[in-house]
Design a protein around this ligand. Sequence first.
Ligand code: SF4
Ligand code: SF4
Length: 304
Amino acid sequence: MQFLRGNRAFLALLIPFMAIPWITIGDFHLFLFNFSHNRLEYFGCASEMSTYSMILLVILSGVALALISALSLSRFYCGTLCPNTFFAHLLTLFGKKKKSLLSKIGGFILITALASMLAFSVVAYGMSTDELIYAITYLTFAGWLVIILSSLMIAEVYMIQGWYCAYLCPYGAITSILPIEDRLSYVFSDPNHRCTDCEGCVRICPIPDLDIRAGFDIRCIQCGLCEAACTKIFIKTPHPSLIHRTSGSVFQAGGKGKGILAAIVLIIVFGSIGIMTLTHSERLESCRLENKMLHIQSSAVQRP
Ligand code: SF4
Ligand code: SF4
């Protein structure tokens, strides 16, 4: 239950994220960068564009989303929405040293399945799900992409998880350099000197050499594992943990509204670029209803 509560935001977004590539409206998808047919599909319509324009649009959308999230949600994203943190929580359930072999194998199978589904969904935003299933079956480029992506995810979870978060993650790098006040930091507070020095909070932390008792550290991914570890030590006392989150509100994550303001500016800038790209591309003559007419005509021609 604690696991579900701690990851409810991630799970709530995971389902629509995985469902969107499967949804079609008429002849087109709800949303798809259809690289196989060089067109962007949205709400049952489509715009034709060159592969380079589509790559540009994907990169711009990614950068814009990362910046908007970093400026408004800050490290809230890392702790509650990032798949890496979700997998870190899963590992504490199944994969830690004291767990049985069966539990570790079960955890590995679960993480592999989830990472594969996630990798499939990411690639499925670039081609239709039917084509992607075909690509995986016959191991074409997109099929290999899913396999490589999921393998990297699994390897990262088991081998370099905290190191990746601290030193490699591009999102972490953005939040580190932006001048924002990170209000969602977990803090250690021990006015009555109750800390037993058990180091439970340090051992469970996925970030290498991070001791939350030493004060705020920008590498902290807000996963809350240290709080849970400390709670176990003081479970029978009225104040169960010496570590807690300083703010529960997502709207304060970026600090004093600067983040929201910057996010609005960025939405306008990147929205304009996106619209310019779309208006320079040829919108497909056919939307859903027109395509239906085409189908009727072509099937009439084919009939003997
Ligand atoms: S200090 Fe606590 S919240 Fe921060 S990364 Fe380590 S375990 Fe997670
Ligand atoms: S888990 Fe709690 S009691 Fe143990 S070292 Fe960390 S802060 Fe101190």
